[in-house]
Design a protein around this ligand. Structure first.
Ligand code: PGA
Length: 263
């Protein structure tokens, strides 16, 4: 049996929130409490906060990422930001978030091009996938999520895959206060992992981290982190509150310590 260690990851997706002073204040209060738990932390602020926060976080283990990227490296693309530009201030980008897909019309093809662009610039990717409520009701959740995953990861080599993280985020659970149940998350993560063994190989699957996202709170975090195959969370609303995000971080580190102790 493969026993690859996947270091747990807690990612905070701030979305379009916080002005610069609030952003600096939030990160300043997070820094001491997220220092030594043995889990990775990735903060995803709006573009304009990346530079000041990268200076604040220099020398700490807290990583910074962007919420979006354009797939061309440079040129006449008003309002867009490219991977080579981002790569100067942060190491990762979130792609495929359902808000990008539904509000901004990003297709699987666009998501795949963005993913390739940022991997080519040496960055890491958090790929969000997830089904709508209608798709879940129709019983097609797993096939939908597997299709989105294949469309994004298909054709990547092992080194590129090692820089990817998947975030399973059912759309109906995002920002609704109604997280998916442990059974729903467990079923999807099992389906994803089984599928990935076939599509990218057992070694790459064993190293690939899968996060859950969608109304993660301090109250439900421990239960979600106890699900086999879940390596952390992508947190939206609760990442804007220092105490809440810290509590989720501690729940993740505790679940890892427990899993290690139980081996
Ligand atoms: P939420 O958002 O935690 O507020 O549900 C998650 C996300 O959109 O990544």
């Amino acid at each position: 049996m493969t026993t690859a260690y996947r270091r747990p990851l807690l990612a905070g997706n701030w979305k379009m929130n916080l002005n610069r002073l609030d952003a600096v204040e939030l990160v300043s209060s997070l820094m001491p409490s997220l220092a030594e738990g043995g889990c990775d932390v990735l903060l995803l602020p709006p573009f304009v906060h990346l530079f000041p926060l990268s200076r604040l976080l220099a020398g700490t283990s807290i990583q910074l990422g962007a919420q979006n990227v354009y797939f061309e490296p440079a040129g006449a693309f008003t309002g867009e930001v490219s991977a080579p530009m981002l790569q100067e201030t942060c190491g990762a980008v979130l792609v495929g978030h359902s808000e990008r897909r539904t509000i901004f019309g990003e297709t699987d093809e666009v998501v795949a091009r963005k993913l390739r662009a940022l991997l080519s610039s040496g960055m890491s990717a958090v790929l969000a996938v997830g089904e709508s409520g209608e798709i879940r009701d129709s019983g097609m959740s797993a096939s939908h999520v597997l299709m989105q995953t294949d469309a994004a990861l298909g054709g990547l080599d092992q080194e590129q895959l090692s820089r990817c993280v998947i975030a399973y985020e059912p759309i109906w659970a995002i920002g609704t206060g109604k997280s998916a149940t442990q059974a729903e998350v467990g079923e999807m993560v099992t389906a994803l992992r089984q599928h990935l063994v076939g599509s990218i190989g057992a070694d790459a699957e064993a190293r690939l981290r899968i996060l859950y996202g969608g109304s993660v709170t301090p109250a439900n975090a421990a239960g979600l982190f106890a699900i086999p195959g879940v390596d952390g969370a992508l947190v939206g609303g609760a990442s804007l509150d220092a105490d809440g995000f810290t509590a989720i971080y501690h729940a993740l580190c505790a679940s890892t310590a427990q899993a290690d102790g139980g081996q």
